[in-house]
Structure formats: structure tokens, C-alpha cells
Design a protein around this ligand. Structure first.
Ligand SMILES: [Zn+2]
Length: 246
């Protein structure tokens, strides 16, 4: 977890707030979700993962959405966080007043306080894959520890799918592999010639394997590379048509 500023002068923040003000719901305009993704750098607000295994990212409401008491916060940008489904599930549809959040927390009186970046980094810090808590200014609540426990950020159960080290490494391995293949197809298409058709086809076939619904990485791949692959296929088709008619 890292500090996420939502600076009122940031053009993205201004745009999102305008869109939210004129929308009936927080997700009415897909551009809002895209802006939130950009503000969070494509990382889950809580576990910080960049590529989520078997799941799409969601928008998390720190004050739970749809509850009468917090209705005014349903479309409040400060209340919306980019979040992986795993963390969103663990957070649940309740107000968590003991954990840290990327930009605010609740004080002893239940008031909303701005989380300072230095404070967040002192209370929760990473060493490699592992996350540690330090109750820097000892109080009744160790927010760092509560956060780590709630999201099970240090799951080291080797049989668990969300084992922290495995999760990060497996994602990165598949992500990098597909990334390299997508880049290779881009490069080949730039110098496209019938003699390299077989190579392009093989690479595309490899990539398309990941898109099969039953592939364990399909959702992650579609989420991260869907637009790229669609673009590649369109370029490829156009080149083949051009060659056939010339
Ligand atoms: Zn997460």
C-alpha cells in the first residue's frame, strides 16, 4: 500500500469529479474507472499487485456503497479506490475503521483524517515480497497490522493461491512472456513480408492460447493485453489484404 494523492489541481482528478457530478452512478461513465486506474498506476490500492490472477480489477468504496448512511459518498472520488477482486472481497461491504487506506483513515473519534505519505510508509513497509507493520506512534489500534491481517498480505501458505511470493512471481513471469511476444509481433509487422508469415502466425497462436477462456491466465491477459492484441490482428489482416490485392 502506498500513498495516493488525489490533488484537486490534477487535470485527471478535475475530469473525474466533473464526470461523477453529472453521472447517476459512480460507474455510469467508463472514463471514471479509467481515470481511477491511471491515478493508482494500475495497482491495487491495498496489495499493490499490478496484474491480478483470474480476476478483473474493481472499484472499491471505502465507505460501502449503497448504504443509506454513506449515500453521499457513493460518487465521491476520495472514496473510490482501484482494487483487485481478492482485496475487495476481504474488505467486504462494511466500513473498516481500523485499517489504513491509501489516503485517509479514521481517528479515535471516527473522524476522517488525511493519511500523510510519511505516516503510511512508517506504518506499513515492504521488504521484498513481505509487508511489515510498525505502530510508530503507539495507540490502541495498530493500523498497519490490522491492514496486513485483513488483506492477508503476507500469505505464505504454499498451498494457497494467493501465496504472496508465488503470486507476484507467477504474474510477472506470464506477464513478461506475453509482453515480449506482443512486442515481437509488433516488430515483425513493421517489416512485414510473406516470408515471415509463419513466424508471425506462430507468435500470434502462442498469444491466443492465453486468451482461451479456460486458460488460468486468460482474464489477466485479456485485461492487460486485450487492446494490443486486437490492434495487432487488425494490422495483420490489413497487411494480408494489401499483399493479396497488390
Ligand atoms: Zn489487492
Amino acid at each position: 500500500m502506498r500513498y495516493i494523492a488525489k490533488d484537486a489541481k490534477d487535470p485527471l482528478v478535475i475530469e473525474a469529479k466533473l464526470l461523477l457530478a453529472t453521472s447517476a452512478t459512480y460507474d455510469e461513465n467508463p472514463r471514471v474507472r479509467e481515470i481511477i486506474r491511471l491515478i493508482y498506476g494500475g495497482c491495487c490500492a491495498f496489495c499493490g499487485s499490478t496484474v491480478e490472477e483470474g480476476s478483473y480489477y474493481q472499484i472499491e468504496h471505502f465507505y460501502p456503497k449503497g448504504k443509506a448512511a454513506y449515500k453521499s459518498r457513493d460518487k465521491d472520488l476520495e472514496n473510490l479506490h482501484y482494487c483487485c477482486t481478492r482485496c475487495n472481497f476481504r474488505k467486504g461491504r462494511v466500513l473498516r475503521d481500523k485499517i489504513m487506506s491509501p489516503n485517509y483513515f479514521f481517528d479515535k473519534s471516527g473522524n476522517w483524517q488525511d493519511t500523510l505519505p510519511e505516516k503510511l510508509e512508517r506504518e506499513i513497509y515492504y521488504v521484498g515480497h513481505m509487508v511489515y507493520a510498525h505502530n510508530y506512534n503507539p495507540g490502541p489500534i495498530d493500523r498497519g497490522a490490522e491492514t496486513i491481517t485483513l488483506f492477508n498480505l503476507n500469505n505464505t501458505d504454499p498451498s494457497g493461491k494467493s501465496h504472496r511470493g508465488y503470486l507476484v512471481e507467477r504474474r510477472l513471469r506470464h506477464y513478461n512472456l506475453i509482453y515480449r511476444q506482443v512486442q515481437a509481433v509488433y516488430n515483425l509487422l513493421e517489416w512485414y513480408h510473406p516470408s515471415i508469415d509463419l513466424a508471425v502466425n506462430l507468435l500470434l497462436e502462442n498469444i491466443m492460447e492465453y486468451f482461451r477462456e479456460e486458460h488460468p491466465w486468460s482474464v489477466m491477459v485479456i485485461h492487460n493485453f486485450g487492446d494490443d492484441v486486437l490492434k495487432l490482428l487488425m494490422i495483420y489482416d490489413a497487411l494480408k489484404v494489401k499483399l493479396a490485392t497488390s
